[in-house]
Structures are given as C-alpha cells and as structure tokens.
Design a protein around this ligand. Structure first.
Ligand code: MN
Length: 383
C-alpha cells in the first residue's frame, strides 16, 4: 500500500501580510499530480488543515476542491483536525462524506474506530487521532491527569485494543497531531503546552506500523516509523533552511515501511539578511536574494531614513525589517520586539505581573494564569 503523508496545510494563512492562497493552490496541484504519477492509494493529512477555526471563504473553497480532486484520482484520503482547526466544524457531515472514500476524523469519540482500506495483501487499519485538547478529553475519558501524555496514551490504548480484535496480519497506520519529545519546532507552531508540558514521548505510539504526525512544521523522523512531514510551505522566516514536501510511504505485505521524500514547489524562496543598508544595497553578494521573500536586520548604528522603501528598490519582496545597531552603547537593553519574540503567552503574562507589582508571581498565581490560558484554548477548541 502506498501513502502520501502530508500535514499542516494551514489554508488561509498569510506570510507577513503576503497572501499565500495561490501558493497553497499550487501545492494542491502538485499533490494531485504526485498522487497520479506515483499511484498513491491513500492521502494522509495529519491536521491543521486550516489556519484557524473560522477559515476565510477562499480557504474553504480550496479545501473542498482539494478533497474533490483527490477523490477524482481514485485515491482514498484520511484526514484529522489539528490544534488550529475547529473539531466540530470539521466533523460536519463526515458520515456522509465517508461514503465517497474521503475520511475526516475530527472527534475524540472515534479514535478507536479505524478506516479499513484493503490492498492485494489484506486490510490496513487507519486510526485518525485528531489534536486532543487535554482539558476536553480528561472529562470524556475520566483521565487521572490533564496532560497531552495522558490524553494520547489513552487514545493509543483504544487504538491497540481495537487492533487486537482485527484479523491477524492487519497492518496499521496512526495519524496524530502532537508535539513528540525531541522534535524540533520552528516559529510558526502555536503553543499547546499544558501545565508547562507540550510533549509526548514517541513510545506512546508503540504497536503500529506507521505513524503520520502533524504539528511541527519541519519534516523529521522521530525514530522507527514515526515521522513528521512538516508543512508544505514555509510559514515563518525561521524555516529558511527547511525542505518542504510530503513523504511517499510504502507498506509491504508484512507491514514493513519504506519512505521517500517528495519535494513540494517553492513559491518564492525565503532568506534572512543582515548588514548595513549601504552594504545590502551596494554589495554584489546579495544579488541572489533579489527574488526572495526577505527579512532584513539592519546593523547601522543610526537608523537610516525610509529604510524599507530603499531596500525594496533592490529587494522588491522585502517583508520584514528589524534593527540591531552595532557599535552603539547599549541603552535600556533589547528592544520590545526582541524581548517578546519566542516567549510564550504565559511567560509574557508572568513578566507583566512582575513588572506591574514589583514582585514575581507565586507558584499558585502561576498555576492560576496557566489554567486561564488553557481554559481559553479549550473554549476555542469547542467552537
Ligand atoms: Mn500547524
């Protein structure tokens, strides 16, 4: 059986105000061509189909078109919701859509209920585990603790319990949207930590033949046959060295897996440049970046006038500008944007408590804030 594993489409997302819908549509074209050229049996999409719970209409249209075109190739599809998606909205009419061979799995109640797809060697069971918000599934499953590890651990127990009832030799694939320990994040995933922990150990997935992961936006293997495909496009400048695409995965009669990476088209390469304005505008070595989407860090000791306008004369696709003056006396420490970058919501809130009151939050207050952030996220997930 041949799968095409992809994730994190984030349809409707923009890149520093640049609309990416055309680039996302080009990825869908590429996906369909790959399914046909490589005779893919099942397209597997591991969550974050949309960028937000209420996606813009153009994104909804593109998603509908992608499903229709996958169906038209004759391939089947199994998709799950991610932390950016609305579980409830994506669960709409799934039982009807199932009849077409396109299987959206977007509810915790159905994780132990596989989609069975046969090939010449027998059945393959596909279990779709959507992103599980710990606060929600803790009540549903009466879990002893509110954590990603407990949530996914229980979901995988349900998967293994179902698999044990299947005929001997049934092969298995799990789709999951989670942050597996040891994975390398980028700047474009949304924080999902609960009580400080976002990670689950890879060992939670023991007992299945292939695990198709989503959530982290860089492709990576997590050991064995547990893999992230990464997003099909770069969604932050931190991804400038990523290679984007999908895994083409073959599962043989015995359940042994081989995988090969299929690169996706790059709408426009991205790069981070650093130097003085004169150097960036004058030196030949920057010529290769004139067609890139660029983020520029200017190192001029004194901020030049109209820097973006002047940069765009050479780099028409400059999108983001930062300043890091060199050779000047440090003033009040790093700039605001630098201080908040890469800090989580909870850390920012704790900074605010400290700043406004003059003393740091107590462990109890910290817990209270953490629970407030998680409650908001749980509410969002149920929308
Ligand atoms: Mn994502």
């Amino acid at each position: 059986m041949r799968l095409l594993h992809t994730s994190d489409w984030h349809l409707g997302r923009s890149f520093h105000r640049e609309n990416l819908l055309d680039a996302q549509a080009a990825f869908v074209d590429h996906l369909i061509e790959t399914v046909r050229a490589e005779h893919v049996d099942v397209v597997v999409v591991a969550g974050d189909l949309y960028d937000r719970a209420l996606p813009p209409v153009d994104a909804v249209r593109l998603f509908g078109e992608a499903l229709r075109r996958i169906h038209a190739t004759g391939a089947r599809a199994v998709l799950i919701s991610g932390n950016h998606d609305s579980m409830v909205r994506l669960a709409y009419a799934t039982e009807l859509i199932d009849a077409s061979g396109v299987h959206l799995r977007s509810s915790a109640e159905r994780v132990g209920e596989p989609v069975i797809i046969d090939d010449a060697h027998g059945p393959v069971a596909f279990y779709g585990i959507p992103y599980l918000e710990p606060e929600i599934v803790r009540h549903l499953w009466r879990l002893p603790e509110r954590s990603h590890a407990a949530a996914l651990g229980h979901a995988m127990d349900l998967v293994r319990a179902d698999l044990a009832t299947r005929p001997a030799g049934t092969r298995s694939v799990v789709l999951s949207h989670a942050f597996v320990s040891g994975g390398e994040p980028s700047d474009s995933e949304r924080d999902i930590s609960v009580g400080g922990a976002a990670h689950v150990p890879a060992g939670v997935f023991a007992g299945v033949d292939y695990v198709a992961l989503g959530h982290l936006h860089g492709r990576q293997g997590m050991g064995g046959t547990v893999r992230y495909s990464g997003s099909p496009l770069a969604y932050s400048f931190s991804e400038e060295h990523h290679v984007k695409g999908c895994w083409l995965v073959d599962i043989d009669a015995a359940g042994a897996v081989t995988a090969e990476f299929v690169e996706a088209p790059v709408p426009r390469p991205i790069a981070r440049l650093r130097g003085t304005l004169d150097a960036l505008l004058g030196e030949d070595r920057w010529e290769t970046y004139t067609d890139h989407w660029v983020q520029v860090t200017l190192t001029d000791p004194v901020r030049p006038a109209a820097p973006m306008e002047r940069l765009r004369a050479r780099f028409p696709h400059a999108l983001h500008l930062e300043f890091a003056p060199e050779g000047v006396r440090p003033d009040d420490g790093p700039r605001w944007a630098e201080r908040v970058a890469e800090r989580s919501e909870i850390e920012l809130a704790l900074d605010f408590v400290d700043w406004s009151r003059g003393s740091a939050a107590t462990p109890e207050e910290r817990g209270l804030l953490q629970r407030a952030f998680e409650a908001v996220r749980a509410q969002e997930a149920a929308r």
